[in-house]
Ligand binder design. Structure first.
Ligand SMILES: *Cc1c(COP(=O)(O)O)cnc(C)c1O
Length: 471
């Protein structure tokens, strides 16, 4: 009896789970180093001394909500340029490095301005993107030394704008995209480039067999002499899966560059395009630090062996720089049971995957989906559905499941989708006339609205319903 009395009553003390780790936050290789979980179980993001509470932002501004952190863009670009410049120095590489931001990846002003301030050059794909460059220039938003590569089919309007801006002293470089363009583009004075459709398949979603971009290797090598040919460009597609694939493309591309340089001694720049991937799934992935080192080492050894000048190197990694800078938040509206599946319930959210995160539907993009509140509470296996009436408007993690908190009687459940800064904006749409998410910018501890939530009237106007029409 006495013995039993002496025994201390033990409280059931389980060690607190490391929720930050559980949700794969705070990890550099996954680009989640700025994210954390506070004591209330809310998702937070840290910029220097400032901490943003994403749950509070969603309560304040409403959902669906996109939150952009421009400092992430700045930091990523600064680091990337730093890697290439450092390795060029270390290996004694004598070419120069140029970063060209491919504007199509995200044309929002709040994405472009931080990139320009960190020294990005640009790559555009259409006359309308080039028109934005013109506006930036007129507003003196960048210095004239910035170089702009012009890809995509050259309509008359596009060529006229190229000529107009060159006439103003801007460094605009049209890239020949097809045999039809050779004559028109090579007549222009000043630097020009050529895009080559490499006879090489990288490990990506891109369908290389039926590629329609650029000149074939043979046509490129048979080009009759263009005096001012400066740049050879290739692009292997987005989200390349392996480091080896990126490097093999560089080796193959260098072979063509070297041949082309024999007939075009003015050629001095190799532009290896975009395609560097993002670890959306938070699994082990290759890193820019290592790949940049290997690219420089490879190009140095190949050009030394061939006895030619080290080419200037241009890269157009877009997704890599901007995807991690934006988070999209939704609120769960309701729940529906699912019999016999990997998940036990649908969570229906107040936005749309088909509209706001189009790649979910278009290329079966996988996302890192986590709760933005109640991050320490019991979990449930879910699938997510959007608010349109379309059965394809869903995200199921490829038929697997997404772990999210069980819904509670009191209060909303918020869902965060990370890495949404690349491509989704320009691809977004208005299926079922849902409004686009509101977009806010979090910078230096303050928040400002970049795009308000569309009103029914504004959306109606997109479809021809101007005031008074419906009478
Ligand atoms: C789309 C595109 C890019 C950007 O590709 P990412 O996968 O985002 O890096 C770069 N260059 C060209 C020519 C492109 O078409």
């Amino acid at each position: 009896m006495a013995k039993r009395k002496l025994r201390k009553k033990r409280k059931p003390r389980r060690p607190a789970k490391n929720w930050r780790k559980f949700w794969k936050l705070g990890i550099d290789e996954f680009n989640t180093e700025i994210f954390g979980v506070n004591k209330d179980g809310d998702l937070t993001a840290t910029e220097g001394h400032h901490i943003y509470n994403l749950n509070d932002l969603a309560q304040k501004y409403g959902t669906p909500l996109q939150i952009l952190f421009p400092f992430i863009i700045e930091d990523r670009l600064k680091d990337l340029i730093g890697y290439f410049q450092a390795y060029m120095k270390i290996y004694g590489y004598r070419g120069k490095f140029f970063y060209h931001y491919p504007m199509k990846v995200n044309q929002n002003k709040e994405f472009i301005l931080p990139l320009l301030s960190e020294g990005a050059n640009l790559e555009v794909t259409s006359a309308n993107e080039l028109w934005i460059v013109k506006k930036l220039w007129e507003g003196e938003r960048f210095n004239t030394k910035i170089r702009v590569f012009c890809n995509g089919p050259k309509t008359h309007q596009y060529l006229d704008l190229i000529e107009e801006l060159r006439g103003k002293g801007m460094n605009i470089v049209p890239i020949i995209e097809s045999n039809e363009e050779i004559e028109r583009v090579s007549k222009l004075k000043g630097d020009i480039g050529v895009r080559v459709d490499l006879n090489f398949k990288a490990d990506t979603h891109w369908d290389k067999k039926f590629d329609r971009f650029g000149l074939s290797e043979r046509d490129a090598l048979n080009l009759s002499k263009i005096k001012n040919l400066k740049v050879m460009h290739y692009h292997m597609g987005s989200q390349i899966k392996t480091q080896k694939s990126i490097l093999d493309a560089v080796k193959h591309g260098f072979g063509i560059y070297r041949e082309l340089q024999k007939t075009h001694p003015s050629l001095d720049t190799l532009d290896i395009g975009g395609g560097f991937g993002v670890p959306y799934e938070k699994k082990k992935f290759y890193t820019a630090k290592i790949v940049s080192s290997k690219i420089i080492k490879t190009l140095k050894s190949l050009s030394d062996k061939a006895g030619i000048r080290h080419p200037n190197l241009a890269i157009e990694w877009g997704q890599y720089i901007v995807a991690p800078a934006q988070v999209t938040l939704y609120k769960v509206l309701s729940e529906k049971g699912i019999p016999k599946a990997n998940a036990v319930a649908w969570y229906i959210v107040d936005g749309s995957f088909m509209n706001d995160l189009k790649d979910t539907w278009a290329i079966h993009q996988k996302w890192h989906v986590i709760p933005a509140n109640n991050m320490h509470t019991p979990l449930k296996r879910t699938w997510l559905a959007g608010s349109t009436c379309d059965s394809d408007d869903k995200y199921t993690e490829g038929g697997n499941y997404i772990l999210l908190p069980k819904l509670r009687e009191d209060g909303d459940q918020l869902v965060a989708v990370l890495d949404t800064g690349a491509y989704q904006d320009a691809l977004s749409s208005h299926h079922c006339l849902l409004a686009l998410p509101m977009k806010i910018i979090a910078k230096d501890g303050t928040v400002k609205i970049a795009r308000r939530r569309e009103s029914p009237d504004q959306i109606g106007k997109l479809f021809g319903w101007t005031n008074g029409d419906h009478k």
